[in-house]
Ligand binder design. Sequence first.
Ligand SMILES: [Zn+2]
Length: 459
Amino acid sequence: MSEPAAEPASEPVSGPGVERKPRRAALITALLLFAAVGVILVVTTPWNPLPGHVPGGRATPDPALDFTPAQIARSRAFDDALNPVAYGRLVVGLLVVLALGLTPLGARLIGRTTARVRRWPLRVMVAAAVLAVVLRLAALPFGVWGESVLRRYGLSTQSWPAWLLDQLKSLAVAWVMWTIVLLLLFALVRRFPRYWWTGAAAGAFVLVVAGSFLYPVAVEPVFNKFHSLPAGTLRTDLLAMAERDGVPVEDVLVADASRRTTSLNAYVSGFGSTRRIVVYDTLLKSPPARIESIVAHELGHAKNNDVPAGTMIGALGVAGAVCVLYLLLSSPRLLRRAGVPERDGSGVNGGDGPADVRTVALLLALFAVAMQIGGPVQNLISRHIEARADVHALDLTRDPGTFVSMQHELSVRNISDLTPNGLERLLWMSHPAGPERIAMARDWARMHGVPAPPPLNRR
Ligand SMILES: [Zn+2]
């Protein structure tokens, strides 16, 4: 190797006494950051999105009120068809990434594939590419299976070549993101072997914020084309509603989602100058009042600054996770388990400790575990934030009848799970289920003296 060793070989860097101080500092920083995240979440999450007394008591979510037996049966069948795919992908994906990262398998794979690459940044890029491809290949059978289920239920409009192209694009996006993160991380680890976590935690915070800002303009266009909602009554009405709501919206964008799916969706992403409200083109065939109901929900996200707030909280959590990462990577036992030789000052592939490119497999395994822990927390918070956006939509449109028919249409068209069980809620549900959203609209109506929308089955 041509690069100088990260620091003078004479300084003992792996002795227990030397590592104790930065380890203690990293632990305290992680605890402080996680405590901050916990306090912010407890204080700012709208645990009760519709506070107040509902005359006659709160409605109980009941799919049978608004969905026909055939719709309920179809939702069940779809859920049964998709569950083995989803759980299979989760379990196999975790098993593969853990097998690569927590045994010497991944380190060996990286060692072999980067053996002829001399410079460390290139080695990082090759390692990221190899692991991204291996993980994607492990997920591929489940992707094909899931896509064929979507096709059977008429939700997918994609040809297999187009689907495959999407897979390749998302592989490329993942590789670019991992490469950027890993290059920055390794540069810090090599330069500051004992205090890299301070820079990495700060850098991770900045990266998450920058990523959330750049994602709408850099990544979303890779998968979809966007155009402004054309001039007309709908556009005028939507912008007028945003104006009335006090949320400045420059534009409403339409995504060409119909070339991939028949499902309906809308979302807000980005913040500051990249903030946008996006509706799927599949939604435009719905009656204008229903589209207004959806956009009113998205305005709720904008008004409550859900994206920037979520980004900041996520960034703090990621910074805390980086401190934990340092604690883990400075454990010789874990490095040995991952097949990464401890630092011996020789600098080359052999003996760089955490700075060894072969730790990439371990890093991805730890990342996967962190995501798995963070996901359910995120879903729990998200469900409350989504309910708050629903309340905002109802406050703004004062039209619970249209809200209910829109939620009904969303659930039917997307074949949503009408009665998710506890595990499904924990793992996948970022929104309340359709019947819950409908029940809350009825509560809102009763609270505000507006006639509650009658059950759709009995109209
Ligand atoms: Zn939402």
